[in-house]
Write a protein that binds this ligand. Structure first.
Ligand code: FES
Length: 255
């Protein structure tokens, strides 16, 4: 169920240039799952719309959420100044989240699409073989240690400073990796490459298009994606990422 509440900041730190890691005490954690997101309201009310930020981790007691986000504008710049004890208005939990299936899976994250892969790796059963393939720009490997506690991590960097030089697809190839299900979140070119790869290999892929949202609450229509099937309500071939997703079966969307 979706609720707007006031939560409290527990901690915040910058873990890579312009990338912030914030823990928030909130009852919304009780029903949060990997692939979902929350809307965070700036205190500066020049806009009433929240900023969608994905859930990176739910603590074991299920009373706090961790969000890892990049400063992308005024709203997120404001969030980065919050400190322990500050209050923050949030709406959540939003979105459908990832299913938890597969025996031997790829969890693929690119850039600021990496955070949701941490909670997903925590939620997948212990019996699932987790190959976590993450793509960074350079050697600022945020969340690497946390990911390593939850699976085998393969790294690709654009500048070749760590791991495979190139992107997550290059890392799959270089390490001769295989999977029966793929979960992914990241920039559109990466998701397109994964959709194509999954089609060729005839494996299931669930992709989160969360990077392509603006308001996150169905108000701006800035997140429409073409779908294979006709929507039941509107009878058109499209879906809103924020309300119908952000996670889609890669086969069902045209990207
Ligand atoms: Fe605004 Fe989906 S992000 S309607």
């Amino acid at each position: 169920m979706k609720k707007k509440i006031t939560a409290t900041v527990l901690s915040q730190k910058e873990i890579a240039p312009r990338i912030f890691d914030m823990w928030i005490a909130t009852e919304l954690a009780a029903c949060a799952k990997a692939g979902q997101f929350i809307g965070v309201y700036p205190k500066d009310r020049s806009t009433l719309l929240p900023r969608p930020i994905s859930i990176c981790q739910v603590n074991d007691k299920k009373d706090a959420l961790r969000i890892v986000y990049r400063i992308a504008g005024q709203g997120t710049a404001e969030f980065s100044s919050y400190q322990e004890g500050d209050s923050v208005e949030i709406l959540g939990t939003l979105g459908n989240g990832f299913p938890t299936e597969g025996k031997k899976v790829f969890l693929m994250g690119g850039g600021i699409g990496i955070p949701p892969m941490l909670e997903l790796a925590r939620e997948l059963p212990a019996s699932t073989e987790k190959q976590i393939i993450v793509g960074y720009r350079d050697d600022q490997l945020f969340l690497k240690e946390d990911l390593e506690k939850n699976g085998t991590v393969y790294i690709a960097t654009e500048d070749g400073s760590v791991g495979t030089k190139g992107n997550v697809m290059n890392a799959i190839e270089e390490n001769h990796l295989q999977a029966d299900v793929i979960f992914a979140c990241g920039p559109m070119p990466m998701l397109r490459a994964i959709k194509k790869y999954a089609e060729e290999k005839k494996i299931k892929a669930y992709i989160s298009l969360e990077e392509h949202m603006a308001c996150g609450v169905g108000a701006c229509l800035g997140c429409v994606v073409k779908t294979k099937e006709v929507d039941h309500h509107s009878h058109v071939h499209n879906a809103r990422i924020c309300t119908d997703g952000p996670v889609f079966d890669a086969e069902e969307v045209e990207i």
